[in-house]
Ligand binder design. Structure first.
Ligand code: G1P
Length: 295
């Protein structure tokens, strides 16, 4: 799939409290918990970069210095590697900061996804941008963000959202879309944040990947608090639809894991490790031994 030059910037939201992963997240941001040998947030960065993104704006909670340190220079291990002349070690340490150009902005209070996205506006030059929630790790041959960028180009939409089928029990955890038909991408008639299963317009849940057109900021400016008393990005997208703008949902190809929850984080780690040739044989041996003792 060709890289889409129209989406050169990405916003990554990393300002959540991480309560589902306590106590690990008491002092370490949940986005810095490891999946194999890199932090959760690096998967989102690598996915965006693989889709052609060059500039990344990270929206962080005020105390989350570890994320800045990870994608910034000057760490102690870097200095030690340089002192020893160990270029191989230095390269591994420098790899994260060399992935893209990073800007860090703070969301001082946890007022919702809509409010978090607003903090990034000054750095987006009025252009369309990808938005990634790093909790969602999506593995597959074509990056999910690249699939959305292609759909954004293809259907001339104001916004494109990644969706996947969820179970009725899962519906209250997701934004749920109302597509106008079975096509893929499908134009949306509506979108609602965390409805009950009986009120949901479909079983298609929003996954944390979007390509948003700049008109989203017009909607965010006038947004009132929604579900959970927070400023919800979903409501701003509903505003784009109500204003007659084309908003599409894309059922992407790929395996998605919710790394913000313990079972999802472990499944993501196993899946990502199986994709790594140097780890796969050992891991499969461990897993089959475990399966034997479980039976
Ligand atoms: C957020 C969005 C929701 C979306 C979900 C995907 O919810 O508000 O629309 O379905 O991410 O992960 P959160 O998980 O932050 O409660």
């Amino acid at each position: 799939m060709p890289l889409m030059a129209s989406v050169r910037r990405a916003v990554i939201l990393a300002a959540g409290l991480g309560t589902r992963m306590l106590p690990a997240t008491k002092s370490v941001p949940k986005e810095m918990l490891p999946v194999v040998d890199r932090p959760i947030i690096q998967y989102a960065v690598e996915e965006a970069v693989a889709a052609g993104v060059e500039e990344i704006v990270m929206v962080l909670a005020p105390d989350r210095v570890a994320i800045r340190e990870h994608f910034g220079g000057g760490s102690r291990i870097e200095m030690i590697a340089r002192k020893r002349g160990d270029t191989a070690l230095a390269e591994r340490v420098l790899a994260p900061e060399q992935l893209a150009t990073f800007t860090f902005v703070e969301q001082r209070e946890p007022l919702g996804t809509g409010h978090a996205v607003q903090q990034a506006q000054p750095y987006l030059a009025g252009e369309p941008f990808a938005l990634l929630f790093p909790d969602d790790i999506i593995l597959g041959a074509t990056p999910c963000t690249a699939q959305l960028a292609a759909a954004y180009e293809g259907c001339g939409a104001a916004t494109v959202i990644a969706v996947q089928q969820v179970t009725p029990e899962q519906i209250p955890q997701y934004g749920i879309v109302d597509p106008d038909g079975p096509g893929n991408p499908a134009r949306l008639r509506g979108i609602v944040e965390k409805p009950s299963a009986s009120e949901a317009p479909s079983g298609l849940g929003v996954v944390g990947r979007y390509v948003l057109g700049p008109s989203i900021f017009d909607q965010l400016e006038t947004l009132e608090p929604g579900a959970g008393g927070e400023l919800q990005l979903t409501d701003a997208i509903a505003g784009q639809i109500a204003a007659g703008e084309p908003v599409c949902a894309c059922r992407f190809e790929g395996r998605r894991y919710d790394a913000g929850r313990p079972a999802g984080a472990i499944a993501a780690a196993v899946a990502a490790a199986i994709d790594r040739e140097e780890i796969r044989p050992d891991l499969l041996a461990h897993l089959s031994a475990l399966m034997r003792t479980e039976q």
